[in-house]
Design a protein around this ligand. Sequence first.
Ligand code: BGC
Length: 765
Amino acid sequence: MERSDAFTMIFRTAWIVCITLALCYADAADAQGSRAKSSQSAVQQAAPQQPWMNPSLDPDVRADLMIHEMTLDEKIQLVHGVGWGVLRAGAPVPPADNGGAGFVPGIPRLHLPDINLADSAVGVRMAALEGRYATLLPSVLGMSASWDPEAAFLYGSVIGRELRAQGYNMSIGGGMDLIREPRNGRNFEYSSEDPILAGTMVGQLARGVQSNHIMGDIKHYVLNEQETGRNILNAVLDRRALRETDLLAFQIAITEAQSAGVMCSYNHVNGDFACENDYTLNQVLKHDWGFKGFVLSDWGGTHSTVKAALAGLDMDQPGDDNYFSDPLQQAVQDGKVPITRLDEMVHRIVRSMFASGAIDEPPVRSVVDPFRGRDDARKIEEESAVLLQNSGGILPLDAANIRSIAIIGGHADVGVLSGGGSAQVDAPGGNAIDPMPGPSAWGKPVYFPSSPLKYIREQAGQGTRIVYDAGTDPVQAAKAAAGAQVAVVFVTQWMSEGRDAATLSLPDNQDALVAAVVAANPNTIVVLETGGPVTMPWAKNVKAILESWYPGIGGGQAIAAILFDRVNPSGKLPVTFAAADSDLPHPTVTGLSEQMMNVRREAAATPHSGPRVQPRPFDVDYNLEGMAVGYRWFQEKNKQPLFPFGFGLSYTRFAYSNLRVDSDAKSVRFDLSNTGAQAGDEIAEVYVTLPDSAGEPFRKLAAWKRVSLAAGAAQTVEVPIDPLYLSIYSTVGDDWRRPAGDFLVEAGGSSSDLPLRQILRLAAR
Ligand code: BGC
């Protein structure tokens, strides 16, 4: 056994012992009454005699059998959470609450467990509050750059596994909103600007969560695409465009995952709040897509009792605003909400608990294995980092020949950046740039202890001189760069729920930092750790650019492995990188300047001198781009992005030939060969442009496949095409139809590099 392996083993064992002890301690404290898990343990003790406890019965039948025995009070109890709990200082925390964002008490006499809900967009949130550990995965956007449904499933299964170990039975992750606004603070929780890529990846993620008998969730339904004014804005989008873009993404994910929950969002959608929107909830989600799970509100996203109940909301969270407690009971007694509707809400919740296994296979507390989590996170990151530029073959770095490296900026000496808000995972040992044990503070960038510097040192070996400069002073950084053979600059963009970036520019003068470094050393490599797309005025001057997203707890290792050729980069952009804000459909974030003016006005006003400035509701007009989201906009407007959707480089090269499209466009085949000198993965993409009559003058992603090829190897790739993706939504018949005419099918390695093309004449369908 290698020495380092022995150390790893000792460390691993010690770690697990520590965690075990911590858990034993926590459990002993629980036993003493600090957390009486009363209803849960009663549920576990009750003998499963009741007829609905027969696991061979269908979940809907089991739910109906149980609901038949429920009192009105018990039904009401199930359709709302019991308050903000640990989220708000001073709010009551019920004894059986597991410390997550939400809690719904169960009904022990009926063998129905509590529902403990945890935020878990990129890993389990608030673990540190309970002395637990949670794996930080790469951002969802990063993971989507792998275009690998298996990586998405693994991602979800890590979350599900750790939720289960921590005693939760529902995830409230599954961020699905489309990236219409690239400055949205939550894009790192979301997947793509393309509905098919986003729907597929998030659907697989939710499947992975649910594979652990955890109820999954997909959020925020729908058009919750900026944080500015998220509670007051009205998102406006015509029905056809809505169905073909944002709703299509949800449709794919929900159909794929059969998720237990769908969380409705804060904003209005075409005039009605998303949580009281009959069209999106009743008509589309439940009727058209046949969704069997339950709709839960975002926290504080319910605004009425009767309207919301009748429009399709099934569970009010966190529930202390009293819409679905006594007022709902009253509305049922007054006949304003039929009892059948309340029964439907309860049915959806209980059947989802049966279907997911939350009742038959309740979570069992155990020790989270941080090493397994880190290895999974690293593996996903290695597939997700996108090599955007590599001139003069500067990458990969050759450890045998490199004498000196200057590492600059981004706190690369201690760790990697994570995203903020309710997706924040607690860093082990606290924030790596300000280590203090305990939960993360809201509103502050948190770095995780996976130091790129450390792993670069490890890869480079002892013969290489490595210096680190914090990058806070461009002049100093330039000096450090000038003295080295290669400079690697780490630049960061911290993003969070609750705030959007005002522009696509990197914050904190980092553009000037890169400019100064590259002026001092032409062999400059930039590693980005960003929540989403950024502009790069220095792009043409630097040799290489690697987008690592928020790379997760295995990030330092993955970045070093790619820089030094242990891993051949293979990720491709799931979102367009615009060259300038002015190229976007919305050159500024709608409502942001007014919000900033309000803040300034408030700050200028002396305290108590007058009423607070109330934000005014406003529309965000998504009809401006309509269906032309992201790359489609750039093609339609003939604008050149900085880096296009679907683009990413490899250390090898791939060639495409011989496109053959099935006469009914059911599948596409082509030959793919690795013409370079090393093995690599290629994400082969297929786009379709519909006939002119469709009124969609842009290509749309229709299918893709991630293919591994050894150097010199070739393969015929076959990808099926879902007929839905060749159809348009007709608002006349409220259905999907394939138009007649010429369909252009293109295949290649990026939305703007498609060497294969074929036109296919198809009949209407
Ligand atoms: C967020 C949700 C989150 C909830 C509970 C809300 O502010 O929008 O995504 O699940 O809080 O923390």
